[in-house]
Design a protein around this ligand. Structure first.
Ligand SMILES: Cc1cc2nc3c(=O)[nH]c(=O)nc-3n(C[C@H](O)[C@H](O)[C@H](O)COP(=O)(O)OP(=O)(O)OC[C@H]3O[C@@H](n4cnc5c(N)ncnc54)[C@H](O)[C@@H]3O)c2cc1C
Length: 453
């Protein structure tokens, strides 16, 4: 009797869910069909949409509603609070499924190798993001005593961090932030937030919309120094070739020539300042030293040997996310990804049979949620081609019930898709008396309990 193709997806962020969607929309989904299980280490699915996207971006968080349609399908099951490889190993996955797709994304901060980076008051953006997004595995409090703060990096994560630091707690109260985050932000003393980029306005990696949004807050005055507006031939070529880069540069030019208003919190966007050292005293951050750079004609910059010390009491590094290495899979240290060809995991030049990757663990931590969709389509197309050519291995116990039995025997307290609906309802109920869409439950136990795990 032919049976459905059994696929395990490890990591229920957007990439994993889009991979499930691609499988469901494929020809293989018709008789004998596909059957997909998503394994997720958090009690709730949705990855960085829940634990990365800023709380004041409800429209982006709303993508979760579209992803519901995939998880609502009867061919898809969710096993939350299940960690690879601690709760289920690669061999065990291969014994239960025809194929395994890893879509474990990225959660940590890429290192920045400058002196003073380990001082008290120097933070990774990912840790701060996890805190304000109510991640269960980070401390409940966050030190926000600094009046002047530096944010290193000119991508969207730097903008998120700078904006959350510069907004008032009351501006963020209507969002889904949990009570501990609201209380923490109420104590925030930041009056000045300084964002630093090594290169110029044409090289900034901001999305135009995210950049313009900074100016919408009634408490944030965005300031750009006219001396930081500079372009060389490389920059001009970038602006011509890339509409987004051009829009970003235009916005920054407009801000550089306008009068500075009197909104209470100043958010400075500095360019051509390369972080050289975090300055400390008694183990604590007391400043940031940057080296002025200049364009070299190609859009790159070189140091000028002119240094500035900025009076700041804390520093946030938003220089990129980093994926966790996955045990039993090959690893490319330089890119921090699993080596692949078209989503097929490659070890020693050959495809690790029945094993695939997609999303940030494959492409690196670059790009928006939508970009993970094309990625997932390619991975799934290759998986299905391997299936059609009989290149997948035969699992020992492909019956779906074998998974429940396996996790029960292992004593894993797992959550399900029905459990997510219960957690979702519980969070919405918490928000309702305050007229808020939702208030997040932070504690892992609280999430498990609300999910009925
Ligand atoms: C701070 C921040 C803000 C962002 N804001 C936006 C935005 O406003 N708009 C936008 O379009 N994009 C935004 N992005 C980008 C977007 O979040 C990513 O493009 C997208 O989430 C990548 O999807 P992914 O599924 O590959 O990874 P992830 O979203 O990281 O999902 C991976 C999933 O795998 C799970 N997992 C990890 N390890 C294991 C394991 N060992 N076992 C089981 N499960 C595991 C994780 O818990 C997670 O749920 C933002 C990114 C960051 C970092």
């Amino acid at each position: 009797m032919p049976r459905p193709l059994r696929v395990a997806i490890v990591g229920a962020g957007p990439a994993g869910i889009y991979a499930a969607d691609a499988l469901l929309k494929s020809e293989a989904a018709t008789e004998p069909g596909v059957s997909i299980d998503l394994f997720e280490k958090m009690p709730a699915p949705f990855g960085l949409i829940r634990y990365g996207v800023a709380p004041d971006h409800p429209r982006i968080k709303g993508i979760i509603t579209a992803l519901h349609q995939v998880l609502d399908k009867p061919q898809v099951r969710l096993f939350g609070n299940v960690d690879y490889p601690n709760d289920i190993s690669l061999d065990e996955l291969h014994s239960l499924y025809d194929a395994v797709i890893f879509s474990t994304g990225a959660t940590a901060d890429r290192a920045l190798d400058i002196p003073g980076v380990d001082l008290d008051g120097s933070h990774g953006a990912a840790d701060f993001v996890s805190w304000y997004d109510g991640h269960p595995d980070v401390p409940r409090t966050w030190p926000l005593e600094a009046e002047k703060v530096a944010v290193l990096g000119v991508g969207n994560v730097a903008l998120d961090v700078a904006r959350i630091l510069a907004k008032t707690a009351d501006e963020l109260l209507p969002t889904e932030i949990p009570p501990n985050v609201y209380e923490g932000l109420k104590a925030n003393k930041a009056l000045e937030v300084h964002v630093f980029g090594r290169r110029g306005p044409a090289q900034a990696k901001f999305s135009p919309m995210e950049l313009r949004e900074l100016d919408h807050s009634p408490t944030i005055e965005v300031v750009v120094n006219p001396e930081d507006i500079d372009y060389d031939e490389g920059s001009i070529a970038t602006r011509r070739a890339n509409k987004q880069a051009d829009m970003v540069a235009k916005t920054l030019e407009n801000w550089a020539i306008r009068d500075i208003g009197d909104r209470p919190h100043k958010l400075f966007l500095h360019f051509f300042e390369s972080p050289a050292e975090v300055l400390g005293e008694d183990g604590k951050v007391v400043g940031l030293r940057t080296e002025r750079t200049e364009l070299d004609g190609t859009g790159n910059v070189k140091g000028t040997g002119r240094f500035t010390d900025w009076d700041v009491q804390s520093v946030y590094r938003a220089v990129g996310y980093l994926s966790d290495e996955l045990p039993k899979l090959p690893w490319d240290v330089a890119s921090g990804t699993v080596p692949d060809e078209g989503g097929r995991v490659i070890e020693g030049g050959v495809h690790l049979r029945s094993t695939y990757v997609t999303g940030w663990i494959r492409r690196g931590p670059i790009g928006l949620i939508g970009h993970t969709k094309g990625d997932a389509n390619e991975t799934v197309a290759n998986l299905l081609a391997d299936h059609a050519q009989g290149r997948l291995h035969d699992p020992a116990t492909p019956a779906p019930e074998a998974v429940d039995a396996f996790l029960a025997e292992r004593g894993v307290r797992y959550t399900t898709w029905e459990g997510w609906h219960r957690l979702d309802a519980a969070e919405k109920a918490l928000g309702e008396p305050q007229g808020r869409e939702r208030v997040k439950i932070v504690e892992r136990d609280g999430m498990l309990e609300a999910s009925g795990a």
